[in-house]
Design a protein. Structure first.
Length: 419
């Protein structure tokens, strides 16, 4: 607090009222309540009990006759005990870990075994109501009972060893265990070829993220991004789709003005965070070929029209740039180019970190949209520190993609993206 006051002296002179909350303090007082409020600017609220008081998730009990202090589990009256339902689409180990973890919590928070048994019986009832079978619950309870409470009170030392295995993150479904079995069975095939053996020396670490639930589908956020701006006649519009103010603009006819865009390979649809025009700077853009549906992702610090014009010149001058090569192929021409902004970055384009951020977002969309050759038009991604590199200096990508048995395998942010 002293550091805050010293750093913001000018600011604090303008503040008329400040509040500081001090919560969850247990004191043994022999004074009455009024004398403790000795300052007008300090207000204290007390919860007085003769022999016990709740603190966090425990009840602290004072045994005056024995001169001891004991604790047991405390749950608020408003606690609904809405534990994970057994029928929910989660991995089985996750469902098994829930009751066991709660029984360990009860064991740790109860000094007396009688309190542990009483709270465990209540916990069994709550989990049965959530669809858990008796066999699983009784096994978890016995496992927790066998633990030494003193050992549970000691902090567990975390393993500081750096993990080298790359996580394979998937949205969990009931078919996920089958997919894991397939990968485990076919993984040795990647070690047949030396290139893929160097890249994938270890099997991935399987990790699951929660799939969409009803809340994700039905509930909308209270705030929209970008903010809704007032339109004409009092009607609110979300980033109205308009071209630039120049009626004779030669760039806007090339731009696709729409609120969403789609990966032509995965057919996944994405919503834009902002609809820009040819004058919008600091962007990530996409070029879609109307002939073969392949896509290209790029970045621009300058206004979009500057980069758009360069791509048009690449095709006209038959440049060796990726877009110049692609749209000069047989069956392709410059009129097959469709441009659009897919993301606007809100930081200062001239900031020191802007170049890195643009590169990261460009690479993110290259991988998301599968814009890397041979699926897309992009020929490379930035081999920055946020990629896992391999001994063949391919930056985590297969260097001989044409002879590869898989379409596109990329490593970004330590996550394998598979088609």
């Amino acid at each position: 607090m002293l550091q805050i006051y010293s750093d913001f002296k000018t600011f604090y002179r303008r503040v008329r009222l400040k509040h500081h909350f001090f919560d969850d303090s247990i004191d043994d007082n022999v004074q009455t309540t009024p004398p403790l409020n000795f300052q007008d600017n300090l207000a204290r609220k007390f919860r007085q009990k003769s022999n016990w008081i709740p603190s966090k998730d425990t009840i602290v009990k004072f045994r005056k006759t024995l001169g001891t202090v004991e604790v047991e589990l405390y749950t608020k009256p408003t606690d609904t005990h809405s534990y994970l339902h057994y029928d929910s689409e989660h991995p089985i180990p996750c469902k098994k870990a829930g009751p066991y973890g709660q029984f360990l919590r009860v064991k740790r928070n109860c000094t007396n075994d009688a309190d542990f048994q009483r709270h465990s019986a209540s916990l069994l009832k709550y989990y049965k109501f959530r669809g858990y079978n008796k066999t699983l619950l009784n096994a978890s309870l016995k496992k927790a009972e066998a633990k030494d409470r003193k050992a549970l009170l000691n902090p567990v030392k975390k393993d500081t060893k750096k993990m080298t295995r790359i996580p394979l993150v998937l949205s969990y479904t009931k078919a996920s265990p089958n997919l894991r079995e397939i990968i485990d069975t076919t993984w040795p095939l990647l070690h047949i070829k030396e290139t893929t053996k160097q890249i994938f020396s270890e099997q991935p670490l399987f990790a699951y993220k929660r799939n969409k639930n009803l809340k994700d589908i039905l509930v909308r956020a209270a705030f929209q991004y970008p903010p809704i701006t007032p339109g004409t006649s009092g009607i609110s519009t979300l980033n109205k789709l308009t071209k630039c103010s120049n009626e004779e603009c030669s760039y806007c006819p090339w731009i696709n003005f729409r609120r969403s865009f789609t990966s032509t390979f995965t057919e996944r649809k994405y919503r834009k965070n902002y609809i820009g025009d040819c004058n919008t700077p600091n962007i990530i853009y996409m070029i879609t070929c109307k002939s073969c549906k392949q896509q290209y992702v790029g970045k621009s610090k300058r206004p979009f029209k500057a980069r758009l014009g360069e791509h048009l010149r690449y095709v006209k001058n038959k440049s060796t740039e990726p877009t110049g090569k692609h749209f000069n192929q047989t069956g392709h021409n410059i009129h097959h180019m469709s441009f659009e902004i897919i993301e606007v970055l809100w930081n200062d384009p001239n900031d020191n970190t802007s170049d890195v951020l643009r590169s990261k977002r460009e690479d993110y969309w290259i991988l998301q949209l599968r814009a890397l050759k041979p699926i897309g038009i992009n020929t490379e991604v930035d081999k920055g520190d946020y990629y896992t590199t391999s001994g063949d200096n391919t930056g985590g990508f297969c260097s001989n993609r044409s002879s590869s048995s898989f379409r596109a395998i990329a490593v970004m942010n330590n996550v394998i993206i598979l088609d």
